[in-house]
Design a protein around this ligand. Structure first.
Ligand code: ZN
Length: 256
């Protein structure tokens, strides 16, 4: 146990360092901050069992965020554990106490549970094209955190997002028009960008993708007093992430 705990801590520190290197949108408050050493019981991380209410209550938002970062390191390293899925199905039938809720795009190339090395009963996942926020998504996030005790919200955008490209192209088609209208404010805001502002320019698509994740975080804070209060009290963390298509790496960032 002690050996595995030490190993897990070391791995987490390595993961934190890597994330710090790759993160271009790090918040000013994170700059120069000492790396936090959080011991995570590896039995909990790799357990085939679903989380209990008591275990969930002991987790802090920072611990959960580190579990997600470590899980993504496993995914990138192609080191996913073979889980006892049938046992988990039976255990989860009695109730669920997930650690986090992920707001992800619809894209088929992002298997969310695998991306964070999580299994049955570990995560709530809300999926909608362009990882936009509306009333129903807000209700789902509030349920995950306020009712079911999740400690972290991750708004997860990704490279090569079709919804982002379609919004840039101002596509009009059926109900897609209304969905893309949730992304258009980011494009219309005309944030500083040098280069061609078209869907063919990957750098611009990446820029809008990042701004769209930020908009979703702002909208969650603005439209959900419940989640805003939980975040202010330190009961939850709301963070952004960008999924890199060619590596599987999630670049996390905090938006203050
Ligand atoms: Zn997408």
């Amino acid at each position: 146990m002690n050996i595995s705990k030490t190993l897990m801590t070391a791995l987490l520190l390595g993961a934190t360092g890597l994330i710090a290197c790759q993160n271009n949108t790090k918040s000013p408050n994170d700059m120069g901050k000492k790396k936090e050493i959080i011991e995570i019981d590896s039995d909990e991380v790799l357990s085939a069992k679903v989380l209990t209410a008591e275990q969930q209550a002991k987790l802090t938002p920072d611990t959960v965020l580190n579990i997600l970062k470590k899980g993504n390191e496993d995914f990138v390293a192609d080191a996913l554990t073979i889980r006892n899925t049938s046992t988990r199905i039976r255990e989860a039938a009695l109730g669920q106490y997930p650690k986090a809720v992920i707001l992800s795009c619809l894209d088929s190339r992002i298997p969310v549970e695998d991306v964070f090395h999580r299994g049955i009963g570990d995560l709530f996942v809300a999926r909608v094209a362009g990882n936009i926020v509306n009333e129903d998504i807000l209700g789902s996030l509030e349920y995950a955190c306020k009712v079911s005790g999740s400690k972290v919200i991750v708004v997860l955008g990704h490279e090569h997002c079709g919804a982002i490209k379609s919004a840039i192209d101002d596509v009009k088609l059926g109900n897609i028009t209304a969905l893309l209208s949730k992304i258009r404010p980011v494009i219309n805001a005309d944030t500083p960008f040098e280069g061609e502002k078209t869907s063919k320019n990957k750098t611009y698509v990446d820029h809008i993708c990042l701004e769209n994740v930020k908009l979703s975080i702002h909208t969650i804070r603005e439209k959900s007093p419940i989640l805003k209060e939980m975040e202010t009290k330190g009961e939850i963390k709301i963070v952004g992430g960008i999924y890199k298509m060619e590596t599987g790496k999630v670049e996390f960032f905090e938006l203050l």
